[in-house]
Design a protein around this ligand. Structure first.
Ligand code: CA
Length: 232
């Protein structure tokens, strides 16, 4: 698994044990002996996909560390602590941790939980990536079926939304009127003019100058394409 984990732990033998087990899984491990160093590493150039955090730390304690961290970072956090009684509090009060593993712990179990959190956060990330489509100053959310231009939500009819989603599936690729008609209306024989009517309506809503469209371009003699280039 290609991932990087930061262990914030002042007991070096524990940190090294975690490192040993995670490296067996192909996970890169960084160690910080206190919270201040940990924050520096996160804010620096180090890429970190998940954090393993001890609570009893010199200087900044684990809770303070987590509070500061959550202002800027969304990565999964697994707390490893001897303070068993803290477990409920962490999970119950939403202090910003994703998991709690009491000490003493089995390194194999910890490694398995780390793997599970990494997988989960990865699939969340790729969901978000495939869901949001950006073009020009617009963002199309293909899951909630909403469209934003700058900060404003632009209301679209269901067919307008379907046309836009279809064009966004392979941005830059020209689509013929017939392709669009088949994909959105789903009949072999229909009035192809319906497509250009919907394209005009979309342009009225999306384009800064609907008569000189920059987002939904006409491909002369063929159809339409969605422009995601830098020149939009
Ligand atoms: Ca400690």
């Amino acid at each position: 698994m290609n991932a990087s984990v930061l262990v914030v732990e002042d007991e070096l033998d524990i940190a090294e044990l975690i490192k040993l087990y995670l490296e067996k899984e192909g996970i890169q491990v960084l160690i910080a002996a206190d919270g201040e160093t940990g924050l520096e590493m996160l804010r620096g150039s180090s890429r970190v996909d998940l954090l393993i955090l001890d609570l009893n730390l010199p200087g900044l304690d684990g809770f303070e560390f987590l509070r500061i961290l959550r202002k800027d970072f969304e990565l999964p956090v697994v707390i490893v602590s001897a303070r068993h009684e803290d477990g409920d509090m962490i999970m119950g009060f939403g202090i910003g941790a994703d998991d709690f593993v009491p000490k003493p712990f089995s390194p194999r179990v910890l490694a398995a939980r780390v793997r599970a959190h990494l997988r989960r956060s990865r699939s969340r990330q790729s969901d978000a990536d495939s869901r949001l489509f950006r073009f020009g100053d617009c963002v199309l959310d293909r899951k909630s079926l909403s469209l934003f231009k700058g900060d404003s939500r632009i209301p679209l009819s269901p067919r307008e939304m379907q046309v836009l989603i279809y064009l966004s599936e392979d941005p830059g690729a020209p689509r013929s009127q017939q392709d669009i008609y088949d994909a959105v209306w789903g009949q072999d024989f229909g009035d192809l003019n319906t497509v250009s009517v919907h394209i005009q309506r979309l342009r009225q809503k999306l384009e800064d100058e609907p008569s000189r469209p920059r987002l939904i371009k006409t491909v002369y003699g063929f159809g339409y394409t969605l422009n995601t280039g830098e020149n939009v």
